[in-house]
Design a protein around this ligand. Structure first.
Ligand SMILES: Nc1ncnc2c1ncn2[C@@H]1O[C@H](COP(=O)(O)OP(=O)(O)OP(=O)(O)O)[C@@H](O)[C@H]1O
Length: 449
């Protein structure tokens, strides 16, 4: 039997004797005299089993055990106890020790327990390997996962119901919840899956260029039209056109869009004839369009045309049960991208992730996990890899309920307040306002801030 054992024992002669015994029996063994040197060895190399004395000069076996539980949860720890320390040994088992050994050590009992620990380590490895193979299979299915919490399941069942129809779908939800992901899923599960999926950020369309971007133009129809241009509608012919942040669509273009949807025809700028198009429209918004209608920023007739079926993507804070699934998926994604080998997320990190309010939703979770993977020295994400999620940020986010969907004056005031609160940091301000950064930039430009 081969394997690598770390012995943690402050008694030099007993420690070296154990090391020799292991080496004689075909193992590779390292001996450390204290908790700190054991922690250093574990950070430097991979061990299959840790055999630790209960009493150490700079700590004890229980402290080492809970430290290992956070960082190396798959490595079995066997605690060695002296005579009369059975009660502490029981506590060690409760805290996750694999087993305990009473001193003086009986070699045949030691061999038996080491063999059992190896078997346990192998089984854990197999489970992890199976888990990671399943994840890889899932990734091949499109690099996304489906949440299983009640709200997520409801959303996916709506997606499955509406996808095969030709209905115009409006997806609502906070910034970063996965609205574009939902739109792609509707496309992929529709009869048009073989056709193109074209995503357009309506916030980036200027009043002047929006008609040409959407419907195309003829060469020479305006000064900068040096050649014919195919617009997004023609590009999406036979597929799905996803209009993201549709509330930002310039008012002047809204009538043209309505006409296109009703007649299923487009007329490129400068053209004299119409072109037939077969496009399914899916839109997304993180603002309340009914309020935009009341304030005269969005046409009511267009709203009803786009909103034949509405799907709400829930915020992450309402789907806490999904957090472990998404977090593990983002760990795999970051490992592949950053060439890292993080395999675990500690229990404390999971509970921290579950108590955070996630104002930036899945996008924020993905960013947090990517940074944590990048900064994790070992194979486990621990609280030390998460300095970004400070307690302060939770409180800050709780009090910062400054959503938009109000009159232009109030909206401007809220943006100014969010910028003041974040000392001008636009990314954080966008998170506080629960809008995406692009929308914030557009609004800053609009209000001349
Ligand atoms: N089901 C999912 N599985 C894995 N990753 C996801 C899933 N849904 C969303 N994401 C990831 O979360 C991030 C945000 O998703 P997406 O862009 O779809 O959100 P959004 O609601 O459209 O954002 P915005 O409001 O800013 O337009 C992206 O990085 C996306 O890859």
């Amino acid at each position: 039997m081969n394997g690598k054992i770390l012995i943690v024992e402050d008694d030099i002669s007993f420690g070296t004797m154990l090391q020799k015994w292991f080496e004689k029996n075909g193992f590779s063994a390292k001996w450390c005299a204290g908790m700190v040197s054991a922690q250093e060895s574990l950070a430097d190399s991979t061990y299959d089993i840790v055999l630790s004395d209960l009493r150490l000069p700079d700590g004890d076996g229980i402290m080492l055990l809970s430290w290992m539980h956070e960082r190396y949860p798959s490595v079995p720890v066997i605690i060695m106890t002296g005579y009369g320390e059975i009660q502490t040994a029981v506590s060690a088992i409760k805290l996750g020790a694999f087993d305990f050994l009473e001193k003086p050590i009986n070699p045949s009992v030691l061999a038996e327990k080491i063999e059992a620990a190896f078997k346990d380590r192998k089984e854990t490895e197999n489970i992890l390997r199976k888990h990671s193979q399943e994840k890889k299979k899932k990734e091949k299915r499109g690099g996304t996962v489906e949440g299983c919490s009640p709200l997520s399941s409801r959303m996916y069942s709506f997606i499955n119901t509406v996808a095969p129809t030709s209905m115009a779908v409006m997806i609502i939800g906070e910034s970063g919840t996965g609205k574009e992901h939902a739109a792609r899923m509707i496309h992929e599960r529709s009869q048009r899956a073989h056709g193109p999926f074209i995503a357009v950020d309506c916030g980036s369309l200027s009043i002047e260029l929006a008609p040409s971007e959407l419907f195309g133009h003829k060469k020479g129809s305006f000064t900068s039209a040096i050649e014919d241009k195919v617009g997004f509608f023609a590009e999406a012919n036979g597929g799905t056109l996803f209009l993201d942040e549709v509330g930002n669509l310039p008012y002047g273009v809204q009538m043209q869009l309505l006409r296109t949807l009703q007649e299923k025809k487009i007329r490129p700028v400068g053209a004299t004839t119409d072109l037939e198009v077969d496009v399914r429209i899916v839109t997304a918004t993180n603002e309340n369009l009914e309020k935009a209608i009341a304030h005269g920023r969005f046409r009511e007739d267009l709203f009803h045309r786009l909103n034949e079926f509405m799907i709400e993507v829930p915020p992450l804070r309402s789907c806490k049960d999904d957090i472990p699934l998404y977090a593990e998926h983002f760990v795999d994604e970051a490992n592949a991208e950053l060439d890292k080998k993080v395999r675990f997320i500690s229990a404390k990190v999971f509970s921290r992730l579950e108590t955070y309010s996630w104002p930036g939703n899945l996008r924020e979770l993905r960013n947090v996990i990517r940074r944590a993977v990048l900064f994790s020295p070992g194979d486990t994400i621990t609280l030390e890899s998460l300095p970004f999620l400070s307690e302060k940020s939770v409180e800050e986010n709780k009090e910062a309920d400054v959503s938009l969907n109000v009159s232009p004056e109030e909206e401007k005031e809220k943006i100014v307040r969010a910028l003041e609160k974040t000392k001008g940091n636009k990314s954080r301000a966008a998170i506080l306002l629960r809008i995406d950064r692009k929308t914030l930039y557009n609004k800053i430009r609009k209000y001349g801030l």
